[in-house]
Design a protein around this ligand. Structure first.
Ligand SMILES: [Zn+2]
Length: 168
């Protein structure tokens, strides 16, 4: 299911100069993307736009939190999001693919779907390791996880028996 139009930024009617726009991000926004691990979002996008004759500077500020599962105990974990990214869009029919920070908008385009940027900038802001702070994990799961390690430290009786055989 693709949401269309919800995060469209219509720039064609916008006057030259600075503008402040914002979008609430739907709680289920990340359901449309696979493999993010995000089950719920509480995010807001603030977009600062500086529109000039030939280009537009877009400053994305995505603030709030997202819910994932902890890598250690698998309980729900809310992660803070505070992302600031700049994107420059040029009104031009020629494209320079060597610079991925510049977006080219040709004369036929009048709006920009921000969905992909909200997705990318939020995911980029998340830590690689998604774990609760020390001591905040589900204690039951943590104690189950630490048990096998202690067993390994104990001497394996089969190994003991083998050592005895070698001595004989
Ligand atoms: Zn945890």
């Amino acid at each position: 299911m693709k949401q269309t139009g919800k995060y469209d930024f219509q720039f064609s009617g916008l006057k030259l100069g600075n503008h402040q726009l914002n979008w609430p991000v739907a709680p289920d926004f990340f359901d449309n993307f696979e493999g993010t691990g995000v089950t719920e979002a509480k995010l807001k996008l603030d977009l600062e736009v500086e529109k000039k004759e030939r280009l537009m500077t877009l400053n994305f500020h995505i603030v709030g939190e997202v819910k994932v599962h902890c890598d250690r105990c698998n309980d729900p974990l809310w992660l803070d999001v505070n992302s600031s990214e700049e994107l420059v869009a040029r009104f031009s029919n020629e494209t320079d693919l060597s610079d991925d920070k510049i977006l080219f908008l040709d004369a036929s385009e009048y709006k920009l779907d921000l969905t992909q940027f909200i997705y990318e900038f939020t995911i980029l802001d998340l830590p690689l390791k998604r774990v609760h702070e020390e001591g905040q994990c589900n204690p039951e799961v943590v104690s189950m996880l630490s048990e096998p390690e202690e067993e390994e430290k104990q001497t394996d009786p089969r190994w003991e028996a083998l050592k005895n055989i070698q001595k004989e």
